[in-house]
Design a protein. Structure first.
Length: 499
């Protein structure tokens, strides 16, 4: 009854006309900035932060939160239709969503992404509402060794998801780690591998890297062969997956949601890692592994569920521990502090109406997003009917504007063009892009936690196996490597027997 009474108190806050209005503004704006390549929710939240000075604290947080998880919904649209991941978390959606669009099934892909996002959000909301204090205590058990082991597992999982050989995928992980260390050393402040170029002293722009490798490389390949997506009919029945696809997608949504929720409660893990891990798991457990890279629906459902579950669960460490997991959560925490609300373990007891009002608003906002997204599926799919010769210059302009808007740097435009050429070469040579992008995202955090753990242990590497959580992740990582090697040897056995 206590949980029920808390939800009722939250509903009394979230279901007022003002709260519903600001929730609608937030999710609508988040969906729009998610669709636009390279913009993302962070600039929109930062620009609207001054407006929160003039409205109630709970209304401000509801609006800003709506922008955040609304951006997750919108990010899938550009990834599916144009192969342009506006955010790192949307990069995995390109792997299966865009092949579905090119096969004339864009409406099915968009509908599946919307339903998966709703399922992931609902599971994230349940965890936030029912287990926030417990999960916050669990997150406190993670130190530097645990974070390093978790990220190592994610990287090896990324190597295992590649459609190429395990060695090629592992090579992409190593390349991503090397690209991630470009910039200022986190400990000494020394600039590494910047070659005297001031624009990369803070590191390479992740959005430029992702959009270059996925989006611009796709443009180069498509223009070169003169291809275009297959035309498709649009209608309610055409949007629905087949019965077999539902059987494959629904369990994938559940697994992805749980993975996303776990990554969400861990500060620093983030939606990008959740999406990649969820995709890796589906590639291993699916009976249709041969379809991955060609439009496997479970490969779309799992990461979309994961990144939206992460978006909801990410509020747990921010609100209950006062530890923001990423830049967006840091801005959200700043908005609370502006209104005199200090995030921390006492927030739920001292500000129950704010916390439970936010939880209920998640439910309201996600229902709004589904209502907004599904009718727009037909509009988005008609975008594919535009001749590609007219479409790709518009895409390039949007990409350039989006990348430039992040740091106001012309260099980033050249960077996205350079990585577009690199991505095209990788696709021609059979090197998978997903492991590289994930390794690039995790590289700074992996290095930071590795060095911090060794500083705490005075150089003793056994610190990584002292704790049960860290040791478990290392053991799972070893099993992933052994299983990948075994699978590669088993696949080569028929060829050797013929020889």
């Amino acid at each position: 009854m206590d949980l029920f009474s808390n939800i009722m108190d939250g509903a009394a806050v979230a279901l007022t006309w003002n709260a519903i209005f600001y929730c609608f503004i937030g999710v609508s704006l988040g969906m729009v900035v998610g669709v636009l390549p390279g913009i993302g929710p962070l600039p929109a939240i930062a620009m609207l932060l001054p407006i929160t000075f003039y409205i109630q604290p709970h209304e401000a947080v509801i609006m800003l939160a709506g922008i955040y998880y609304g951006g997750m919904y919108g990010g899938a649209t550009a990834s599916i239709l144009l192969n342009l991941p506006g955010t790192p978390a949307a990069a995995v959606t390109c792997l299966e969503g865009h092949p579905m669009a090119r096969n004339g099934r864009a409406s099915v892909a968009l509908f599946t992404a919307s339903v998966s996002s709703l399922v992931g959000s609902m599971i994230g909301i349940i965890l936030v509402g029912g287990f926030a204090p417990l999960l916050a205590k669990f997150a406190l058990r993670f130190g530097a060794p645990e974070y390093f082991s978790l990220m190592l597992f994610a990287l090896l999982g990324a190597a295992a998801i590649g459609s190429a050989s395990f060695l090629r995928s592992l090579a992409m992980v190593i390349l991503g780690l090397l690209l991630g260390i470009v910039g200022q050393d986190i400990t000494s402040g020394v600039f590494r591998f910047t070659f005297g170029l001031p624009p990369i002293e803070d590191g390479l722009n992740i959005v430029a890297v992702a959009m270059g490798i996925f989006g611009v490389s796709e443009i180069i390949a498509t223009v070169g062969i003169g291809g275009s997506p297959k035309p498709e009919r649009f209608g309610l029945r055409a949007m629905l997956p087949t019965r077999n696809e539902w059987r494959r997608a629904v369990p994938a949504m559940g697994r992805g949601s749980l993975i996303g929720a776990v990554c969400g409660i861990l500060p620093g893990a983030g939606a990008a890692m959740a999406s990649f891990v969820a995709y890796a798991v589906e590639r291993r457990v699916s009976k249709y592994a041969h379809m991955f890279g060609k439009g496997a629906i479970e490969g779309l459902a799992a990461p979309e569920s994961a990144n939206n579950a992460t978006a909801q669960a990410a509020f747990i460490p921010t609100l209950t521990l006062g530890v923001p997991g990423d830049a967006v959560m840091a801005v959200m925490m700043g908005a609370l502090m502006i209104h005199g609300i200090a995030p921390g373990p006492s927030l739920i007891t001292e500000q129950p109406t704010l916390f439970w009002g936010l939880v209920v608003s998640f439910l309201v906002g996600n229902v709004m997003l589904v209502i907004l997204n599904i009718p727009l599926v037909g509009l988005w799919t008609r975008l594919l009917t535009v001749p590609y010769q007219a479409l790709y210059p518009i895409i390039l302009v949007l990409v350039s504007m989006g990348v430039y808007s992040i740091n106001s740097s012309v260099f980033d435009i050249f960077l996205v063009a350079g990585f577009g050429i690199v991505g095209y070469g990788m696709s021609r040579l059979g090197f998978p892009p997903a492991p590289l992008v994930l390794a690039f995202i995790l590289s700074p955090m992996l290095e930071e936690n590795f060095r911090r753990a060794l500083l705490l242990s005075r150089g003793d590497f056994t610190i990584f196996v002292h704790g049960p959580i860290s040791a478990s992740f290392l053991l799972i990582s070893l099993l992933v490597v052994l299983f990948s090697i075994y699978s590669a040897l088993r696949a080569d056995k028929p060829a050797r027997s013929v020889l």
